[in-house]
Design a binder for this molecule. Structure first.
Ligand SMILES: [Ca+2]
Ligand SMILES: [Ca+2]
Length: 237
């Protein structure tokens, strides 16, 4: 289905299955009828494409106020191609949707996951003993410091206990620490690459729907070396 109506509101009624759903009309509103079954078919190439433009977002919402939040079911093989879209009253279940920051689900939506990126990280030697003990991480929004379902691996290092830290007066509200166990040797030149293995809890403070991810989830994040060296002496009598 391709939409060509130039302005206004498009209403979608009844039960539907789509292979291509394509609407690229800036600022238009698409309303879905509640209580109906509609889905993107589960075959390769199926795409739900909704693209507004900067400042002229497309809105997806419901026609009336029935308590049915299902706009459509996105099966695993169908893909989303969305940018500059407001989404209201959608329930993305059982398949959660992780989408970009230009797609904005409201608090009425369930299962829509929006991401905030890690933008910097750096090693630190907090007690200046020549052994790195934490990685300061900065993300693109203020964060809720909920590490309850958050897991990181730092290459060649074990995490300390506690494994993550913040808030703290020494941290900006968009920063936290990954706490490292010190090595028995001096290592202020080390920059351990790290990954996020799992995260559903560490999110933005403002709306609580943006989850923290890495720009390169597969390759990991390489911190900048911010640990000052100290010189170790060994005196041999
Ligand atoms: Ca240290
Ligand atoms: Ca260093």
């Amino acid at each position: 289905m391709h939409f060509l109506k130039p302005v206004g509101i498009i209403q979608i009624r009844g039960d539907n299955s789509w292979y291509i759903f394509d609407c690229q009309i800036p600022a238009i509103t698409i309303e879905f009828e509640e209580g109906k079954t509609r889905n993107m078919v589960n075959v390769p190439g199926a795409v739900f494409r909704v693209k507004g433009t900067f400042g002229n977002l497309i809105t997806l919402t419901r026609i009336s106020i029935l308590p049915d939040r299902r706009l459509f079911t996105l099966n695993p093989l169908a893909i989303l191609d969305m940018i500059y879209v407001n989404v209201d009253w959608s329930r993305a279940t059982p398949y959660n949707v992780t989408t970009s920051a230009n797609v904005i689900p409201t608090a009425n939506c369930i299962g829509w996951l929006v991401t905030i990126l890690v933008i910097a990280s750096r090693t630190e030697d907090n007690d200046n003993n020549g052994k790195i003990d934490r990685i300061r991480v900065q993300v693109k929004a203020n964060i809720n410091y909920d590490f309850s379902d958050f897991a990181v691996t730092a290459q060649d290092y074990d995490l300390d206990s506690p494994d993550y830290a913040g808030p703290d007066a020494a941290l900006a509200p968009n920063q936290f620490w990954i706490m490292l166990q010190e090595k028995p040797y001096l290592d202020t030149d080390a920059t351990p690459r790290w990954w996020i293995d799992d995260n559903t809890s560490l999110r933005d403070t403002a709306v609580g729907i943006y989850i923290v991810i890495l720009a390169d989830p597969g390759g990991g994040e390489l911190p900048i070396d911010m640990a000052a060296p100290i010189i170790g002496y060994t005196f041999i009598p």
